[in-house]
Ligand binder design. Sequence first.
Ligand code: NAD
Ligand code: ZN
Length: 356
Amino acid sequence: MKNFRIFKQVPRLIFGEGSLNRISELLPIKQNDVNYYVFIIDDVLRQSDLENKLNIKKSDFLEWFPASKKEPSTIQVDNLRDKIIKTHLGKMPTAIIGVGGGSTMDVAKAVSVILCNEGSSSKYQGWDLVKSPGIYKIGVPTISGSGSEASRTAVLMGVDRKFGINSDYSMFDGIILDSQLIKTVPADQRFYSGMDCYIHCVESLEGTMINELARGYAQKALEHCKEIFFGNSDDDKLMTASYMGGVSIVNSEVGICHALSYGLSIELGFRHGFANCLAFNVLDEYYGEHVLFFKEMLKINNIVLPVNICKNLSQKAINTMIDMTLKMERPLSNALGDNWKKILTRDKIKKLYQRM
Ligand code: NAD
Ligand code: ZN
């Protein structure tokens, strides 16, 4: 009999188009005048009247997060924590609400953790390094695919690595899946983030760490992704897929594509969904027919990926990318088994990057 980890899921979830206005059902009540909420919202949503819809008060702390600039970093998270503490003279917030894509939701999760754990967020990148529970937090995705709304991960760029804070304390206490919020996402970005979900499902299903329960989530999410990106678009289904793909990953692990994609993001600054697409495109040897379906979906959605992206990179740059890939031990072991170092050699990784 195999002992699986405790199956983790967000405990409270409100689902349905237009459900954002039910946020008060998830929020702990402010007991007095000095209590406040922290809202961290993707700044592309400035024109969406969210201050009203979320009933944000002057006494609350509101940060418009520049998610479209680059992927979030440990420095941004540390600075935001310091700013919150300074503005409210050390008084802790009653709740943190993250509204945006994986970037913004991950910042909300990380800030929640480091408000209650001393030092820089970089100290907690890794597995189960967080000691104290964070501030109560709510996630509201406005783009689907990353599965951050479901996961126990907050992915951040550090000085020399992109890595997640993976902890039960970096999981949301409640989430709202309101498909009204994803309607403004541009088609190409919708595809890249949606493919992040498709790839989560493939890596989870094809990995060694999956169990039957996580398989159920991954299979359903994969089915939804194919239906949507083969032409039957449906926003409720896309939100569902993102969430279910996230649940499957929490209870299994990602794989080779994510390991290679982190290298691309570190060295070339490519965004996660896009970097994943570039990497997945050359992984037919490992993910077989899933890659063929992916290529079909690229065509149907008129997405043309750039080619020869590593052609002008120095040997030093390629080495940094290979080093980053090799740091992803758990995903690589999930994908290839305990013997993964013998299978995915430095030379093999270099060849894969050169095919992109
Ligand atoms: P994102 O948050 O990086 O956003 C992508 C782009 O879409 C940004 O320009 C953003 O401003 C824009 N956007 C968001 N909502 C919009 C809306 N409603 N209308 C118009 N534009 C909108 O995208 P993502 O793909 O959700 O997340 C990627 C990030 O999540 C990466 O940093 C990645 O490392 C991380 N990630 C985290 C997990 C996890 O489990 N925590 C899993 C996968 C990826
Ligand atoms: Zn991902």
